[in-house]
Design a protein. Structure first.
Length: 256
């Protein structure tokens, strides 16, 4: 679908420049629909009763979505702390390692949040990712679980050279659409405010990257420990599987 529809415009109107492809339009529509379905399912109501097509409906102002942001810190130091011998191969290996690690985190979150598809990924790259998820109790609990487990896993395997931060903000249909003000008829910048809020919360989390460690691990932060390298010498079974205790020993696809 992407190979065909990425060149087709989502809007054929001549009044504005069609800068969004039909593929991206359909992908985001699928993400929004899946979030609304899971939210309605938790609230024990039907999608039709929520009346999102009615602009006067209060459901449009209900925060049914979670805008989620995640980030791996310490990437530059991790990648470039290598010797000159075999430097090119080492750089490629470490970059690929981080890319796969981030993709694994994303897949785990989507699986735990109701088995969502990759259409819910807004952006992924450079150790950062943004997701659109349903604002449900189960989803929030899953995000807390991922954050706790991954923070511990990264500390045990990298001793602080890599850390993970994740946070979210609630948003409604009206905010996603950035509806126009009834009086001024201009966009209110509602979605821009949500992105700014998420950025501030992520920055705060990055400054508290060891706050979720248990008491035993937390005291190790102040001890002189040499960070182990997962790409040199023997690797533990946990490192080989990229498993940080969330889904037993299996990946989201069911493969070990």
């Amino acid at each position: 679908m992407e190979s065909v529809l990425c060149y087709a415009p989502s809007d054929t109107s001549t009044e504005r420049l069609p800068d969004i492809s039909l593929y991206e339009h359909l992908r985001i529509t699928a993400a929004i629909a899946s979030c609304m379905y899971l939210y309605a399912q938790e609230k024990n109501t039907s999608f039709r009763d929520m009346g999102h097509w009615d602009k006067s409906s209060e459901h449009r102002k209900t925060p049914q979505f979670l805008l989620v942001g995640g980030s791996i810190s310490g990437i530059q130091k991790f990648i470039y702390s290598i010797t000159s011998k075999g430097a090119l191969k080492g750089l490629r290996a470490r970059s690929f390692y981080l890319e796969i690690l981030v993709e694994h985190i994303i897949d785990e979150i989507l699986e735990l949040c109701g088995g969502l598809s990759r259409s819910n990924i807004i952006y992924s790259g450079g150790g950062n990712f943004y997701l659109l998820l349903p604002n449900t109790i189960a989803c929030k609990s899953s995000l807390d679980q991922v954050e706790q487990k991954l923070t511990t896993w990264l500390w045990e395997n990298f001793r602080g050279s890599l850390s993970f931060a994740i946070d979210s903000v609630e948003c409604s249909s009206a905010e996603l659409m950035d509806e126009k003000d009834k009086q001024t008829k201009k966009r209110q910048g509602l979605m821009g405010n949500k992105w700014s809020e998420l950025s501030r919360k992520l920055s705060l989390k990055k400054n508290q990257k060891f706050s979720l460690l248990n008491e035993k691990s937390f005291y190790q932060v102040f001890q002189p420990l040499k960070p182990p390298s997962p790409l040199k010498g023997e690797q533990s079974e946990r490192q080989q599987n990229f498993n940080f205790g969330i889904a037993d020993t299996k990946s989201p696809t069911g493969e070990k």
